[in-house]
Design a protein. Structure first.
Length: 137
């Protein structure tokens, strides 16, 4: 399993997400520049594509992640990788992480079964519209 190269910072913030079957909300438990862990009531299969709205203290508007993909699932938690977000959203997430790093040590997160980033090679994430769920059998 690949070693994590981006520190995950512990947080406890609201997240709203949209997916092909609707929408939901949960709590971001930890955050890195590349993704986050979400505690939610609706669990998704690995590979599910989501749109996220991350709420952070000191931020008037939620940070929009245009496209994220579920990489792992365990109990009522799932991890996502950020695939597409605006430069402004990237700067805002980086600013939150910088503030967190000034006050805490990175969260120790034991990786679960993951989909390697290479699995997303060749996926076309430029399409407009709602993310869709693809389930292979």
């Amino acid at each position: 399993m690949a070693k994590r190269i981006h520190a995950r910072m512990a947080v406890d913030q609201r997240v709203d997400y949209r997916h092909a079957q609707g929408q939901g909300s949960g709590t971001v438990m930890n955050l890195s520049t590349e993704g986050c862990q979400i505690n939610g009531t609706f669990l998704f299969p690995c590979g599910t594509r989501l749109r996220l709205k991350l709420s952070f203290p000191g931020e008037v508007d939620a940070v929009d992640v245009d496209l994220a993909a579920v990489r792992w699932i365990k109990d009522n938690h799932f991890g996502v990788i950020f695939i597409a977000l605006s430069p402004d959203a990237r700067r805002r997430i980086d600013r939150v992480i910088d503030a967190l790093q000034a006050t805490q040590h990175p969260a120790i997160v034991e990786p679960q079964a993951q989909i390697p980033s290479s699995a997303f090679t060749g996926w076309d994430f430029s399409e407009a519209g709602e993310p869709e769920v693809r389930v292979s059998r």
